[in-house]
Design a protein around this ligand. Structure first.
Ligand SMILES: Cc1cc2nc3c(=O)[nH]c(=O)nc-3n(C[C@H](O)[C@H](O)[C@H](O)COP(=O)(O)OP(=O)(O)OC[C@H]3O[C@@H](n4cnc5c(N)ncnc54)[C@H](O)[C@@H]3O)c2cc1C
Length: 485
């Protein structure tokens, strides 16, 4: 297959190359190093690591997996998590011992359930806690546990080529050479005219440099738009599943809404945000009586008195979002809230939202299985020496806060499998490697399918019993059992 010469120096071949320095790629790297597999490389396409991404909730199953991957990583993540503050509206509860609660309410403001946000409450119930931290904070915390020379930014994987003669895969990537030409380019980007720099680096034509690395195994941890996935599915029955599919759900969000009329503000606070700063509001009659009807849900938050924000999850078409202005999105949200009988106070909150603060986000998914005319197709998560983990394998909407948590479970499973490949010295046995990766998928796919079903149908939220069963099933497992599920 390759026209390249045989490599004579084995040092030039990494044991494992991880594509993507997101939470799952980095956790995989940490777990491999912890198990003595240190000849590894992690590449990421980002031109420089910088604060991007949303706040993530790490739940007991993900944290148990992280602890099993590396106890130091678990401690570092725990130390860097967001410290929870008491809700601003509840001065009288400031000294209360209970942690802040995330409440679920119906449209009348009646409590459906309330979930403590504190680490210790979750630990008591599930043997492990719950943390929130920003994606970038998680990335930085994990990255700091890996030698800097092992993690390369500004390297975008564009192609993989099997090199059977060398017992490896050649990974081709490109770097933006502007940074290497000028090590201060990053600072120039942020410089002021006073620094006598009028040229913005982003406006310069890119100077792309190709680079090649070789790895005995490649872990594709490059997120929902995974290029590794696209390469391994090309010209296979899975090619139509190479790119993610629209999940049918989107979010319309708005932050920093001030100047609400006093009366509306009082209604919202008294009905939905009493003693909390975060509430999820939905029409519980629809949920309980017709679980197949997916209704909009509003996540309402107020971190400072008089200041509100929301995330509305809507079942809408992709077309209804595309090329729409802030005002169009407000109108769309209002139309959907009207259909679902949302109260006037919440509709007024949406109506008054500054159009400039409105954002939309369609959610994409890689289904664990797809019903087609040709039957059920379950796109494989590996091909010979290449394996997919995290969002690259099964990215999904964040309704159950499980994307990264499932990815951490993948990391533990794949690290265990790779450690076995190393122990058995299967590096040159492509059949044994394929079998090992099939085993990883066999262990993980049924559980991810369960999580995806919960995410898309929200069945755990239809009754307290379902909710309890889901929590028990997902959170109480022993991390070592992740491999036995
Ligand atoms: C609004 C929102 C809220 C969420 N909330 C939660 C939550 O509360 N809990 C939870 O568990 N999950 C949550 N998720 C999901 C979570 O963010 C993802 O599941 C998680 O980030 C996946 O991690 P990953 O490492 O697989 O991929 P990513 O985080 O997407 O990281 C992929 C990395 O690969 C790099 N990359 C991409 N392409 C290439 C390439 N060709 N070459 C080299 N590098 C490449 C990217 O730069 C990136 O650094 C949420 C998601 C969203 C959108």
């Amino acid at each position: 297959m390759s026209q390249h010469n045989t490599i004579t120096n084995p040092q030039e071949i990494y044991d494992v190359i991880i594509v993507g320095a997101g939470p799952v790629g980095l956790a995989t790297a940490i777990g491999l190093r912890q198990r003595g597999i240190e000849n590894i490389l992690i590449i990421d396409q980002t031109r420089a690591f910088r604060p991007v991404g949303q706040v993530l909730d790490l739940l007991p199953n993900g944290l148990k997996a992280l602890k099993e991957l590396d106890a130091n990583a678990y401690t570092a993540v725990k130390d860097n998590a967001i410290k929870l503050l008491s809700p601003p509206q509840s001065d009288h509860k400031k000294n209360a011992k209970t942690s802040p609660q995330w409440v679920y309410k119906n449209l009348q403001g009646q409590l459906i359930r309330s979930i403590p946000l504190g680490f210790d409450d979750w630990f008591k119930d599930y043997g492990e806690g719950r943390l929130s931290l920003a994606w970038f904070e998680l990335q930085t915390t994990l990255r700091n546990l890996i030698p800097p020379e092992t993690v390369k930014a500004n390297h975008r994987c564009i192609h993989l080529v099997d090199e059977p003669e060398n017992g490896c895969v050649r990974l081709e990537c490109v770097s933006d050479g502007r940074f290497e030409d000028n090590p201060y380019a990053y600072w120039e980007e942020n410089s002021t005219p006073a620094n006598n720099s009028t040229q913005n680096i982003d406006n310069l034509p890119p100077k792309l440099i190709s680079k090649t690395f070789r790895g005995k195994l490649i872990v594709g941890a490059d997120g929902i738009n995974s290029n590794v996935r696209q390469v391994i599915y090309k010209d296979t029955p899975y090619s139509v599943f190479a790119k993610p599919q629209y999940s049918g759900f989107a979010a319309i969000t708005c932050r920093d809404i001030k100047d609400l009329p006093n009366q509306v503000q009082t209604q919202i606070v008294n009905t939905f945000l009493q003693d909390t700063f975060i509430a999820t509001i939905s029409n519980d009659c629809i949920s309980e009586n017709s679980p197949d009807v997916i209704e909009p849900r509003m996540m309402l938050f107020s971190r400072q008195p008089g200041q509100f924000g929301y995330v509305i999850h809507l079942p809408v078409t992709l077309e209804s979002l595309q090329n729409k202005s802030g005002q169009d999105l407000i109108d769309l949200a209002l139309q959907e809230l009207e259909k679902a009988d949302f109260p006037s106070s919440l509709k007024e909150l949406v109506a008054i939202s500054p159009p400039a603060n409105i954002q939309q986000r369609p959610y994409y998914i890689h289904h664990t299985s797809n019903e087609t005319d040709a039957g059920t197709i379950t796109p494989a998560w590996s091909k010979e020496r290449v394996v997919l983990v995290g969002d690259a394998a099964h990215g999904m909407p964040p309704f159950m806060a499980q994307g990264a948590n499932q990815g951490l479970e993948d990391a533990l499973a794949v690290v265990t499998i790779i450690a076995n490949i190393a122990k058995q010295n299967y590096w040159h046995d492509i059949k044994a490697i394929s079998q090992q990766f099939a085993q990883y998928e066999h262990l993980r796919r049924p559980f991810v399918a369960y999580i995806q079903a919960a995410t898309l149908t929200r069945f755990p939220q239809t009754s307290n019993q379902q909710w309890h069963e889901y929590n028990q099933k997902v959170y109480t497992r022993d991390a070592k059992k992740i491999m036995d599920f």
